[in-house]
Structure formats: structure tokens, C-alpha cells
Design a binder for this molecule. Structure first.
Ligand code: AMP
Ligand code: GLY
Length: 427
């Protein structure tokens, strides 16, 4: 029987999900931007806001969807998984109550403390910004300042890294958030592990390293992520297998404590001198991380979805063993002052062996235009990170000159710096 699957979301992550599913099912997609990659792969594509639960359910019902996959956290936060589930469409994505793991950072830290999840930094939650500022004054170490709600990855300020204590206090007073988390600054190398979760079971995927800073050499403001890489095995070059296993244990503890969780559980970890600590959890695939993970996944992703829905054991995952390097092309000026509405050329024919994933582009009659967000990504696969990086770079010839790329992602130089950094911390 052919399954009919609805995909919610129109970014690069969702293009990668669409590519992983398109050959195995009847695929329909909805998003508020017209993603040309998803539109080409899907049997139907509807212009529906990801956060409009009623409209998403109406579209799912009209196409006869048996299954749904939600890409963005905004849809989870808006209760789209709840609405689809309640309408009889099994949704691989948590209900809003479990998605609070991502959508409410105060809940996330309290949940970790109360459930005894390993790797939780010291933290305090504040509803009063004056009290938060006093806490900064009284603290003898650096702190990370985190608004409790969703900020697209751009709301966190780390004292001693991006801001001084004074700047952090000005930020808190000016932004006037309802609630913030102040927590111990973690020092080390970041990595992501995503796991497929359903019915109390989970299947972890290889570790990925994203690059949040806008400019080469990890300079500049935080972004949604400029690109990412994986190695040929589950761990990354600056980690050992024990670090990977310790992080997987953290995800296992979350699944034990939240038996109703379903979908992708994304752990963002800081590998510190004392092992992996949790920077945050997300309730969905990472973007860009999905573009590394799904092309290397040999197990049909549809088999994961149907097993989850049917309460069958989740399949054991097989990966190709190829390293991957993903590089995003973003509008000039992104993220602070993005040049939206710039016409860009993407020559699909010159991508070669790499994969091309469209993200926030606007497809108009006369061509493709940038929005305020990341435009498209290329992913190289290879027998080593270096080979994958070279393939990704060749593909960037397709990018034209109205976009910006962090060419350093996945280069031997940057990977070596990560290894040296970890070695220095562990001495
Ligand atoms: P988040 O929105 O929680 O992913 O945070 C964005 C970025 O801020 C993370 O990717 C880290 O680079 C940084 N960050 C968050 N929490 C901490 C922390 N406790 N210590 C150091 N850096 C952090
Ligand atoms: N790459 C970071 C995120 O998806 O949140």
C-alpha cells in the first residue's frame, strides 16, 4: 500500500526530508514559502502557513494523508502535531506538551533537574529582569543568558564570549523578556546528536557539528547555522566513542522520562573537559543537520515513520559510512541586515556529485529571490571529511555572486583547530 505523507515546512531541512521520502510514498507538502526543491519532489504543494493548525489539518485531510512529518519548531509550538494527531493523522513530531523541551528553556532545565537527566549545567530562572541583572553582578563565573521562548537560535548571549556582563544586563533590560534562564557558561566544542523516537524507543544518528557564527573563523553574530559536517563513523574527529556514547545516554534518559515523546529528539551538546553537557534540546531535525544525516541514512526514512505509527519496533538504522559537508549560501548581510529580494542564480546543472537543498527562497515567475533567511545549501559526500568538503566547494560554483558562504566549514584547518581546542581543554 502506498502511504500518503504530509510534510510541514519549506526550508532546507524539509527539502532533505522530502528527498528522503519522495520515492517511497505519495508526498504532499505545505509551507508559507514556495520551495522549488520540495515542490518538484512532492505530488502536491500548498501555500499554507506552518503554524496554522486548522489549515494544515484541512490540507492533510484533503490529500488523504496517513502520516505527517513536521519540520519547524514554530509548528510544534503552535500545536500542529496535536491537531493532526487528533484528526487521525499520525504525526512524527511531538505534541506541544513534549515540544516544550525546545519551546520553553526554563521548562527544559527544570525537567532535566527534576528527572535527573545527566549533563545539566547550573542554572536559575528569572521572571524579573532586575533580579536577573543582580544575579549577573553576584556571579563569579561567566553566564549564558537565554530567553525562555523561541528566538530562532539568535536570542542567547554568552558572557565572556559574545558580550560583557554590562552588555548582557543592557540586553536584558532592553529586550524585556517575560522569562530568562541564566546558566553556567559551558566551554568546549559543540556537537549535535539527533535520534528518532517513538513508543519509548529511540535510534540515534551520527554526531554533526554545526557552525552558528556568521563569518569564517567563528566570528560575528549567531545565525540559524551556516553549515555542518559529519565524519564516516558516529563520532566527530575531536571526540572519542565514549563521548558519543555519553551523549546518547543523555538522550536515552530523556526518552525514559518522557514516554509520550515522538519524532526527532535533537540534543545540542558541549563537549567539555568533563564530558558532554547539554546546551539545549530541540524537538525536530536540525537545520542544517538534517541535510547531513538524511542523505547518509540508508534505512528508508518511511520505515521509521510507519514503525512509529504502527507501534512496531523502530528499524535498526544503517548509514552509508560517508562523511558529509554542508555549506549554506545566505543573503549578503545575513543575519543582521539581510539583502532580501535579491535575484539569485542557482545552476542546478553544475552541482556535480553534491546535493543541492533549497531553503528560504522565493520562487517567482522570473526566477529565484532571496528572503531574509538562509537561501540554499550544498552537501558534499565522500570517503573523508576532506573529500566531502572538496565536493561541496565544487558545487558552490553554482551559487552565483549575490550570496555569502562560510568556505572554512569542513576544511582540514578548521577541523584541526577543533581537535587542538579539545586536546588543550583536556590536558
Ligand atoms: P541555543 O539557542 O540554546 O541553541 O543557544 C545558541 C547558542 O548559544 C548555542 O549553540 C551555544 O553556542 C550558545 N550557548 C547556549 N547555552 C550555552 C552555555 N550554557 N554555555 C555556552 N554557550 C552556550
Ligand atoms: N542547527 C541548529 C538548529 O537547527 O537549531
Amino acid at each position: 500500500m502506498t502511504e500518503t505523507v504530509l510534510l510541514v515546512g519549506g526550508g532546507g531541512r524539509e527539502h532533505a526530508i522530502a528527498r528522503a521520502l519522495a520515492d517511497d510514498c505519495a508526498l504532499y507538502a505545505c509551507a508559507s514559502n514556495r520551495n522549488p526543491g520540495i515542490r518538484t519532489l512532492a505530488d502536491g504543494f500548498e501555500d499554507v502557513a506552518e503554524t496554522d493548525a486548522d489549515a494544515v489539518v484541512a490540507y492533510a485531510t484533503s490529500v488523504g494523508a496517513d502520516l505527517a512529518v513536521i519540520g519547524p519548531e514554530s509548528a510544534l509550538d503552535a500545536g500542529v502535531a496535536d491537531a493532526l494527531d487528533d484528526a487521525g493523522v499520525y504525526t512524527f513530531g511531538p505534541r506541544a506538551a513534549e515540544a516544550r523541551l525546545e519551546t520553553d528553556k526554563a521548562y527544559q532545565r527544570r525537567f532535566m533537574r527534576e528527572s535527573g537527566i545527566p549533563g545539566c549545567p547550573d542554572f536559575e530562572v528569572f521572571d524579573d529582569m532586575d533580579a536577573a541583572c543582580e544575579y549577573i553582578d553576584a556571579s563569579d563565573g561567566d553566564l549564558a543568558v537565554k530567553p525562555a521562548g523561541l528566538t530562532g537560535g539568535k536570542g542567547v548571549k554568552v558572557i565572556g564570549d559574545q558580550v560583557t556582563p554590562e552588555e548582557a544586563k543592557t540586553y536584558l533590560r532592553d529586550a524585556a523578556y517575560d522569562r530568562v534562564v541564566l546558566e553556567e557558561r559551558l566551554v568546549g566544542e559543540e556537537f549535535t546528536i539527533q535520534a528518532f523516537v517513538a513508543n519509548g524507543e529511540f535510534r540515534p544518528t551520527p554526531a554533526v557539528q554545526d557552525h552558528k557564527r556568521a563569518y569564517e573563523g567563528d566570528e560575528g553574530p549567531n545565525t540559524g547555522g551556516m553549515g555542518s559536517y559529519t565524519d564516516t563513523g558516529p563520532a566527530l574527529p575531536f571526540m572519542d566513542e565514549g563521548d558519543y556514547e555519553a551523549a546518547v545516554e543523555v538522550l536515552a534518559a530523556v526518552v525514559d522520562a518522557l514516554p509520550a515523546y515522538k519524532g526527532v529528539l535533537y540534543g545540542q551538546f558541549m563537549l567539555t573537559a568533563d564530558g558532554p553537557k547539554v546546551v539545549e534540546f530541540n524537538a525536530r531535525f536540525g537545520d542544517p543537520e538534517a541535510m547531513n544525516t538524511l542523505p547518509a541514512l540508508e534505512t528508508p526514512f518511511l520505515d521509521v515513520l510507519t514503525a512509529a505509527r504502527d507501534a512496531d519496533p523502530l528499524p535498526e538504522l544503517a548509514f552509508s559510512g560517508q562523511a558529509t559537508v554542508c555549506k549554506y549560501a545566505v543573503p549578503e548581510g545575513y543575519p543582521t541586515d539581510p539583502d532580501a529580494g535579491a535575484r539569485i542564480e542557482v545552476d542546478e546543472g553544475s552541482v556535480g556529485d553534491a546535493l543541492l537543498f533549497y531553503a528560504s527562497v522565493d520562487e517567482r515567475e522570473d526566477g529565484l529571490y532571496t528572503t531574509t533567511s538562509r537561501a540554499f545549501a550544498v552537501v558534499g559526500l565522500g570517503d573523508s571529511i576532506a573529500a566531502a568538503e572538496a565536493t561541496a566547494e565544487e558545487a558552490l560554483a553554482a551559487a552565483g555572486d549575490r550570496v555569502r558562504v562560510r568556505h572554512d566549514i569542513g576544511t582540514a584547518d578548521l577541523v584541526e583547530r577543533r581537535i587542538d581546542h579539545m586536546n588543550a581543554l583536556r590536558e
